[in-house]
Design a protein around this ligand. Structure first.
Ligand code: NAD
Length: 289
C-alpha cells in the first residue's frame, strides 16, 4: 500500500519502520526533524495526503489530530482511509471520522496498547472503531504493527475501549500500590503478599505481570528504577480523557476521578518521566493525612 504517516515520535517511528520492513511504500511527516531509514519525508501534510491508500496519524492529542485532519481530508483521494492510532478524546475522534466520511474517505480510530516496546516489536494491540469496510481495508496493517486488533464498533469505539481499559488499569495500579504500601507498614513481607495475592481473589495484571515492588514477581519497570514502561503522565492523560468522556456521558466514575486526582498529584510531585507503577514509592513517602 501507499501509506502516509504523520507523527513519527516514540510510537510512530517504530510503527512506520515495521510497515516499511513489510514492503509498504511509506511517506512521513513530522513537525520535528525526523530521519528514519527507508522513509521519505514529505514537505508538508497536503502533499503527503494525495494519492495514498491510507494516511496514518500517531499524534499527541485531539486538538492536534483535528488540525492535522483538516489538512489531510481536502487533499486525500476518494476512498483513502484515515487511520488514527493516537489516544485522543472520543469527541475529537468522532468529529474527524464524520468529516472524513463526508468527504468520501474512510476513517478508523485505532488507539493502541503495548507501549514503545510493543511498537518496536510489532506486538501492539489495536482497539478499532469504524465501518466494516474501513476496518477490513486497514486490518493487514494491524497484522504487521501488532498481534491483535479488536473491531469494537462504530467511529470512536476504539477510543472508548482504550480509555475504559486504562481507567481500570489506573485504578487497579493504585489499589495494588496501596495494598503493598499498607503491607509494609503492617510488617508484612512484600514477597509473601505477592505469593498470596497473585494466587488469590485480589490478583490482577498490575500484581501478577507488572508488580510495582522491585525484586518481586516477573521483571517489570520496578526492577529498572521505574524507567517507563508506561509513563505516569501518559496514564494521567488517559485518566483525564476517561473523565472527560464520563462527564459528556453523565456516567458515575468516582474511582476514576480519584485515580485521576492521585496521578495528578504524583505527576506534579516527581512522577513525570517515571513509570506509572512508581505510584508505590510515592505512597511510601506519604502518610494518611
Ligand atoms: P511523541 O510525543 O513521542 O510523538 C508525537 C509526534 O507527533 C512527535 O514526533 C511530534 O513532533 C509529532 N507532532 C506533533 N504535532 C504535529 C503536527 N501538527 N504535525 C505533525 N507531527 C506532529 O508521542 P508518542 O509516545 O509517540 O505517543 C503518540 C500517541 O500514542 C499519543 O496519543 C499517546 O497517548 C499514544 N500512546 C503512547 C504510548 C507510549 O507508551 N508512548 C502508548 C500507547 C499510546
Amino acid at each position: 500500500m501507499k501509506i502516509g504517516f504523520v507523527g513519527l515520535g516514540n510510537m510512530g517511528a517504530p510503527m512506520a519502520q515495521n510497515l516499511i520492513r513489510a514492503g509498504h511504500e511509506v511517506t512521513g511527516f513530522d513537525v520535528a526533524k525526523v530521519e528514519i531509514d527507508g522513509l521519505d519525508m514529505a514537505a508538508d501534510i497536503p502533499s503527503l495526503a494525495t494519492d495514498k491508500d491510507v494516511v496514518l496519524t500517531m499524534l499527541p492529542n485531539g486538538d492536534i489530530l483535528r488540525a492535522v485532519a483538516d489538512e489531510i481530508i481536502p487533499n486525500a483521494a476518494q476512498g483513502t482511509c484515515l487511520l488514527d492510532c493516537s489516544t485522543v478524546d472520543v469527541a475529537s475522534s468522532r468529529e474527524v471520522a464524520a468529516k472524513a466520511e463526508h468527504a468520501g474517505l474512510l476513517a478508523v480510530d485505532a488507539p493502541v496498547s503495548g507501549g514503545i516496546g510493543g511498537a518496536q516489536a510489532g506486538t501492539l494491540t489495536f482497539m478499532a472503531g469504524g465501518t466494516e469496510i474501513a476496518f477490513t481495508k486497514v486490518a493487514p496493517l494491524f497484522d504487521i504493527m501488532g498481534q491483535k486488533a479488536v473491531h469494537c464498533g462504530e467511529a470512536g469505539a476504539g477510543q472508548a475501549a482504550k480509555i475504559c481499559n486504562n481507567m481500570i488499569l489506573g485504578i487497579t495500579m493504585i489499589g495494588t500500590c496501596e495494598a503493598f504500601a499498607l503491607a509494609e507498614k503492617l510488617g508484612l513481607d512484600q514477597q509473601k503478599l505477592f505469593d498470596v495475592v497473585s494466587t488469590s481473589s485480589g490478583y490482577s495484571w498490575t500484581t501478577n505481570v507488572y508488580c510495582p515492588v522491585p525484586g518481586v514477581g516477573p521483571k517489570s519497570p520496578a526492577d529498572n528504577d521505574y524507567e517507563p514502561g508506561f509513563a505516569a503522565e501518559l496514564m494521567l492523560k488517559d485518566l483525564k480523557l476517561s473523565q472527560q468522556a464520563a462527564e459528556d456521558a453523565n456516567a458515575p466514575t468516582r474511582m476514576g476521578q480519584l485515580a485521576t486526582e492521585l496521578y495528578e498529584s504524583f505527576v506534579s510531585a516527581d512522577g513525570k518521566g517515571r513509570d506509572f507503577s512508581a505510584m508505590l514509592p510515592y505512597l511510601h513517602g506519604r502518610t494518611r493525612s
